[in-house]
Design a protein around this ligand. Structure first.
Ligand code: BG6
Length: 468
């Protein structure tokens, strides 16, 4: 068997603080946008009423069980764990002058555990949550004040953990602010495009300032951006559909263009002009963006979609206003499965940016069944992951530089879009349901042993057929 992946390839998994930690008010943590969205990231801006149930309040209790969970990741052979820091553990209201020591201490312990097992940390500074205080006090990212607060937070964690964390990401799926503005930039869901793009501009400046701080404070670390890789195909070969697909892809590639190339692309300036959007730049913003670009590009990959110049096609579309592809199967949640699209996307990003790429999320959300005796057979998940990883190998053969692969949700966690526990991604089963019942006990699924072998053989075992 020949290994398909380079020796230094980082294998692992990815989680986010608000989807695993729980302990939502422990050790001085402040409330976040996620804490008041019990129905998930598209749930809009809600006011939390005392007694409301939010499954994320406890999530899978990683806050108290991180050592057990990291030991299980180590047993699978993880070389890397991507996780996020909850900003509001470090700055509970977001604008304090000094960080919260108890919050900082928690991630010290997580890092100790990772070090013990020789697992490289990859930290996301902000994954779908921000301190609620920054919305109450300043109105979220629409206000430049938040840039300063974020920079202070980034500097605090770089200083504290920089000796042992060499891989960083700024904002998770930064392009999602266009679809979930409350989650992304702390703005009301009904905000105008003008307001959303202004807030996005502030966030892009903050991201560049975090790059600057990282390079200044940690010269041997690398920092990347994080995009939702929302590849879209033309629904037909009609030239206008092809053009429409290009425009739709630019809606998300635009973020990469600013973060990697360091300037706003002409097509976006034109789109703003056409729509009468005027984004205000402060003196110096352009230089900040130009001088502080990303070392690498990371992205999530779950599904592709189609674009059409015919508005009628959209009336039949699904999530995120994309049209269903008639040639692809879908998950139980309607996400269309497209392994080949991952190779296409890797090549597209490589051709466009010529920067190393890191696949920091990919996986299948599915309902699992606990068999009598406690085992969980999940060949569907193995099929999904195997097909995608084989396409990653193809892209590597194509000459694309791929740093690693962290599958989403190596342990079952709370879904971001639906806030369900039953949408499971893990190699490790967690005994908890959507209503919060369960012992939280962890169990190894069939896919646990499969992934363990993939890692141990550096991908060579992907050649083997899946055991049904
Ligand atoms: C990505 C997010 O969009 O997709 C994760 O970065 C999220 O936070 C993942 O969990 C899967 O989505 P969902 O909605 O199935 O949890």
């Amino acid at each position: 068997m020949k290994s398909l992946f380079p020796k230094e390839f980082l294998w692992g998994g990815a989680v986010a603080a608000n989807q695993v930690e729980g302990a939502y008010l422990t050790d001085g943590k402040g409330l976040t946008t996620s804490d008041i969205q019990p129905q998930g990231i598209f749930g809009g801006n809600v006011t939390r009423v005392a007694g409301d149930f939010n499954v994320k309040d406890l999530a899978i209790d990683f806050y108290h069980r991180y050592a057990e969970d990291i030991a299980l990741f180590a047993e699978m052979g993880f070389g890397c764990l991507r996780f996020s820091i909850a900003w509001s553990r470090i700055f509970p209201q977001g604008d304090e002058a000094e960080p919260n020591e108890a919050g900082l201490a928690f991630y010290d312990k997580v890092l100790d555990e990772l070090e013990k097992h020789n697992i490289t940390p990859l930290i996301t500074l902000s994954h779908y949550e921000m301190p609620l205080g920054l919305i109450e006090q300043y109105g979220g990212w629409g206000n430049r004040k938040v840039i300063e607060c974020f920079e202070r937070y980034a500097r605090a964690v770089f200083t504290r953990y920089g000796q042992r964390v060499k891989l960083w990401l700024t904002f998770n799926e930064i392009n999602m602010s266009l679809h979930a503005p409350f989650t992304g930039v702390g703005l009301p869901h009904e905000s105008s495009k003008q307001a959303i793009y202004q807030a996005i501009h502030h966030q892009l400046v903050a991201s560049a300032l975090a790059v600057k701080a990282c390079h200044e404070l940690l010269p041997d670390a690398q920092i990347g951006n994080m995009l939702l890789g929302g590849l879209q195909y033309p629904l037909t070969c009609k030239p206008n559909d092809v053009l429409e697909a290009m425009q739709k892809n630019r809606e998300w590639l635009f973020f990469g263009d600013v973060q990697v190339r360091g300037r706003y692309p002409g097509y976006m300036l034109r789109a703003w002009r056409d729509e009468g959007i005027k984004v205000e730049f402060a003196l110096g913003d352009e230089a900040i963006l130009a001088n502080n670009t990303m070392d690498f590009i990371s992205f999530s990959y779950y599904f592709t979609g189609c674009a059409s110049a015919d508005p009628y096609e959209y009336s039949r579309g699904n999530i995120l206003n994309i049209i269903t592809n008639p040639h692809l199967p879908a998950s139980e949640w309607g996400w269309q499965i497209d392994a080949v699209g991952l190779r296409t996307l890797l090549n597209l990003l490589w051709d466009r940016y010529q920067k190393p790429l890191f696949i920091v999320e990919n996986g299948l959300g599915a309902k699992d069944k606990l068999e009598a005796g406690g085992s969980i057979r999940d060949p569907y998940r193995i099929h999904y992951l195997r097909e995608h990883l084989l396409q990653v190998a193809e892209a590597i053969e194509d000459g694309v530089e791929v740093m690693g692969y962290t599958s989403w949700g190596p342990i079952d966690l709370v879904s971001a879009s639906t806030a369900q526990m039953s949408k499971r991604y893990g190699f490790i089963y967690v005994d908890r349901d959507d209503e919060g019942h369960g012992t939280l006990e962890r169990r190894r699924k069939q896919s646990f042993f499969w992934y363990q072998k993939v890692i141990a053989t550096q991908g060579a075992s992907l050649a083997e057929p899946v055991q049904e």
